[in-house]
Design a binder for this molecule. Structure first.
Ligand SMILES: NC(=O)c1ccc[n+]([C@@H]2O[C@H](COP(=O)([O-])OP(=O)(O)OC[C@H]3O[C@@H](n4cnc5c(N)ncnc54)[C@H](OP(=O)(O)O)[C@@H]3O)[C@@H](O)[C@H]2O)c1
Length: 493
């Protein structure tokens, strides 16, 4: 049950609440008993968050002193989680301006504490991105308000730009021609541990005003992170071939081509990877104890981020109308490109039949009745599956009319059944990835007609998975298209 903060609880302002960190910090602060006000340039962007009804919302732009000052009125703790990276080559100037405007307004409003999360602050030749993040940190510390500047390297969590870059690069490329930066040392930290430190920073005594490095227990090169990611994700060992001539510019073009992380965001991130980003101190431990279960190591952080795919818990999200294509741990704060690849074949069709008749056809699919399209193709697929050690089509089904969760239907298993509405089957044939088939009755009956919906979903596993999807696409187009028509006709007959 949601915990409601009492009216006397300190008020925290979270900027960047529509972003990756801010969107996760809000519920963590609410759970810790704080009152929360979110600052966003557009209030609409926060409307669909599950916590939207439990927070105040202030519309403000950090470059605008007046709206920012209003947003900070009565605030005890202000979180600064804003950056302009990806917004053009003058992001440094924009970041400076926003940070100065915000910190001045915080001082004028009598805010008790500023908390800023930035990147690490390397001593030697920082990239423009890290230089700008450090500059913002210094502006916060000089604001005349007790400030905490948390410095983190790569944050491991689904939806974090740096993690998604690592995920896509590793999943899509079994052999990687990489620039030298894959050998810089990095100290990643799990998103849950970042949130632990962010929440605890709200209660630090006023005398604490300084920067803290925060990091997980592992120090790894990017190449090691890729190899370990592959191991946790169950992919084959990745071969990494460093090529010194790959400049950051060329690398970011290549990252842009291989991953869906937008090039304008990938470039500053890639440039920053030339810097060693490891903690130089761990003073935060003097003020904030580590989480009860300890700081998460790299493998644990990755497996937490990938957990939902393993448990196939993704479906709660897939069943929603707006499929974001994120099979790992999708939250409303995740950008569109987060969450790994998900291929879909989505179809629907009006059916001139009452909903219960359509549902009977759906629930009776497979086994003796078959799959309503190209029976020979389904049989061949079953035989091929048996040849490579899979279960094939022979398992059939227990009852020709009724299905229960957990039962088998040929090479599928019933994963979800909402009588009269949705049947979700999970593939158990041998595949380089995870696959689901959803058959549903969408709309209530209108004029004696109802809508049949059908979705095939495929989460590829490594390059082989992507090749499989595209190689079989023409075949799947025909089979799934035929199936959609076949189910509809069967219900109409
Ligand atoms: N993600 C990581 O891996 C990582 C790693 C280390 C440190 N950090 C630090 O964590 C902080 C938050 O990063 P993030 O990954 O959460 O960023 P993000 O997802 O890109 O979100 C950035 C947020 O800033 C807001 N914003 C930008 N300009 C604004 C302005 N002028 N006024 C008001 N809001 C503005 C955006 O709001 P709109 O919706 O209006 O655009 C958005 O909510 C940054 O300081 C970053 O350096 C992140």
């Amino acid at each position: 049950m949601d915990r409601r903060p009492d009216d006397a609880a300190p008020l925290c302002l979270v900027t960047g609440a529509s972003g990756y960190i801010g969107g996760r910090l809000v519920p963590a602060l609410l759970d810790a008993g704080y009152r929360v006000r979110c600052m966003a340039r557009s209030a609409r962007r926060l409307r669909d968050h599950p916590w939207a009804g439990r927070v105040e919302i202030a519309e403000a732009d950090a470059t605008d002193p007046e709206s920012t000052r209003r947003a900070l009125d009565g605030v005890d703790v202000a979180y600064y989680l804003i950056h302009a990276i990806g917004g053009g080559s003058d992001f440094g100037e924009t970041d400076r301006r926003s940070a100065r405007t915000f910190s001045t307004a915080a001082r004028d409003a009598g805010v008790g504490r500023l908390v800023y999360l930035g990147g690490m602050d390397p001593e030697e030749d920082p990239s423009p991105h890290l230089r700008s993040r450090a500059e913002v940190g210094r502006i916060m510390l000089d604001a005349g308000v007790p400030a905490v500047w948390l410095r983190a390297a790569v944050i491991i969590g689904s939806g974090s730009a740096s993690f998604e870059m690592l995920r896509y690069l590793t999943e899509r490329l079994p052999v990687m021609v990489t620039p030298r930066w894959v050998h810089s040392r990095i100290q990643p930290i799990a998103i849950r541990d970042v949130l632990h430190y962010l929440v605890a920073s709200a209660a630090l005594p006023a005398r604490v005003s300084r920067g803290f490095d925060i990091g997980g227990p592992d120090v790894l090169t990017y190449a090691e992170m890729m190899r370990r990611y592959a191991a946790v994700a169950g992919l084959r060992r990745r071969l990494i071939v460093p090529v010194p001539v790959l400049s950051p510019w060329l690398s970011s073009l290549w990252v842009g081509a291989i991953t869906p992380v937008p090039g304008r965001l990938a470039r500053p991130l890639v440039e920053s990877l030339r810097n060693e980003v490891i903690c130089r101190e761990h003073d935060i431990a003097r003020y904030v104890p580590p989480p009860e279960e300890g700081l998460a190591g790299f493998e644990r952080a990755v497996s937490l981020a990938l957990r939902r795919v393993r448990e196939a818990d993704v479906a709660t999200r897939w069943s929603s109308a707006s499929v974001p294509g994120a099979p790992s741990d999708p939250l409303p704060t995740d950008p569109d490109w987060a969450g790994g690849s998900l291929y879909t074949d989505v179809r629907d069709r009006e059916v001139a039949a009452p909903p219960d008749r359509l549902w009977r056809v759906i629930e009776g699919i497979g086994g003796e009745r078959g799959w309503y399209s190209f029976p020979l193709a389904w049989r061949v697929r079953g035989v091929l599956d048996r040849l490579i050690g899979g279960v094939g089509l022979r398992r059939g089904r227990r009852d020709p009319r009724r299905l229960r969760i957990g039962e088998t239907v040929d090479f599928w298993r019933v994963e979800e059944i909402e009588p009269g509405r949705l049947l979700r089957l999970r593939a158990e044939m041998r595949l380089p990835g995870l696959a689901w088939l959803e058959l549903g009755v969408a709309d209530a009956e209108r004029d004696g007609r109802v809508r049949y919906t059908q979705r095939a979903l495929f989460h590829p596993h490594g390059l082989a998975g992507h090749c499989y999807w595209w190689a079989f696409k023409p075949f799947h187009d025909r089979v799934f298209g035929g199936m959609c028509r076949g189910v509809a006709h069967a219900a109409e007959e």
